[in-house]
Design a protein around this ligand. Structure first.
Ligand code: SF4
Ligand code: SF4
Length: 366
């Protein structure tokens, strides 16, 4: 495993970290998965309240009782759940208890989607103030932020210099759209952690489409996607979400690769990145507060195929969802959307959900 320094913190982090949002129901096994990663050299474990039905911090807390090696932990607080400094303070105390730690190594102001939200985080009496106070009291070590903003807005936040690093969505299908933020981090010598390095499952799901990113027959598509990210200047580490020992072993192996991309491959990848690839649904599920109970992520997951390939592929996918029972007859249909806009406000990728549902409705298959 290779290690890189996170900004100016002096901490050396494994280039492959652990995203704790994909644990299954078996909590004993989940702890084994965490231990296996740590055994193989992973020393950065990222969690958050609400991940895995709010069990992620608890699972990590149990696993942390007997970790094979030293490690760092990262968790978060969002403006929507914790709008005041006092709320953040309570959140930190809960996280510390769940994780069984005296201090959180990396604490994120979580999921900043635009500059308006950023200003909300920084407002007097707001979350940043609460976190800063907790840091002064020794409950947090490094104050950082996570974001789904576009590159220029990430630059604005980084340049205001309130944080030691950033966690951003960055992968082989969307990196040009976040690059400006990474460049700003390089200039400020801030740490950069990349979430969704496999496109929130999109890359493994569409292995055939992404096969062209591999540079040799020995590596898998997932490994090529991680290698690509880690070859970019300024990236400290990538944190794929992992739920099985097989996933850990596949991803962690990249930590021993030669972390480069050949100029020929880079050119090929650049030629294949289209604007529409920045608008793929990552099926994160953050939008699922629909008053009509529409399973938005399932419909938009199918729509991804239209963006990656063509409409015929999307239709095949919709048929498969119906035939396999993943979409039931009684489930709400795209045509049930009343365009209230709740989901679009919540969407981490700012996708035009209403328009996509309208298009799916017009196809008439559902
Ligand atoms: S806009 Fe449509 S899909 Fe989105 S929350 Fe409202 S009803 Fe549901
Ligand atoms: S529509 Fe947006 S919020 Fe909903 S699952 Fe897709 S990316 Fe996530």
């Amino acid at each position: 495993m290779q290690y890189r320094e996170y900004g100016k913190t002096g901490k050396k982090l494994s280039v492959v970290g652990f995203g704790g949002m994909r644990f299954g129901k078996d909590e004993d096994y989940a702890q084994e998965v965490v231990h296996r990663a740590n055994e193989l050299g992973v020393n950065y474990f990222d969690t958050a309240p609400f991940y895995c039905d709010d069990r992620s911090e608890i699972i990590f807390g149990k696993a942390f009782r007997n970790m094979p090696k030293d490690f760092y932990v990262s968790t978060k607080s969002s403006l929507s759940a914790d709008p005041t400094g006092d709320d953040v303070r309570r959140r930190i105390e809960t996280s510390l208890k769940r994780l069984g730690r005296d201090k959180i190594d990396f604490f994120h102001m979580w999921c900043i989607k635009d500059l308006e939200q950023y200003r909300g985080v920084m407002a007097p009496g707001g979350p940043y103030e609460g976190a800063l106070k907790a840091k002064e009291e020794g409950l947090l070590e490094h104050l950082v932020f996570s974001t789904h903003c576009k590159g220029e807005d990430i630059r604005t936040i980084v340049e205001e210099d309130h944080f030691e690093g950033v966690l951003l969505g960055y992968n082989v299908s969307n990196y040009p759209f976040r690059q400006e933020g990474v460049n700003a981090a390089i200039e400020k010598n801030a740490g950069v952690v990349t979430m969704n390095p496999l496109g929130g499952g999109l890359i493994p799901e569409h292995r055939k489409f992404f096969d062209f990113i591999r540079e040799n027959d020995q590596e898998t598509v997932n490994q090529a996607a991680l290698r690509f990210i880690l070859a970019q200047e300024g990236i400290t580490l990538a944190i794929p979400g992992m739920g099985t020992i097989e996933e850990v072993e596949e991803n962690v192996a990249v930590g021993d690769f030669d972390l480069k991309v050949s100029p020929k491959k880079l050119k090929e990848i650049e030629e294949n990145i289209t604007d529409s690839m920045n608008t793929l649904c990552t099926t994160c599920g953050y939008c699922l507060k629909c008053p009509q109970d529409i399973k938005i992520h399932k419909y938009l997951e199918s729509y991804n195929l239209k963006l990656l390939k063509d409409e015929e592929e999307m239709k095949k996918r919709l048929k498969m969802l119906k035939d396999s029972g993943r979409l039931k007859e009684e489930d709400a249909k795209p045509g049930d959307c009343i365009a209230c806009g709740i989901c679009e406000d919540l969407c981490t990728q700012k996708l035009p959900i209403i328009q996509r549902l309208k298009e799916l409705d017009q196809i008439g298959m559902l």
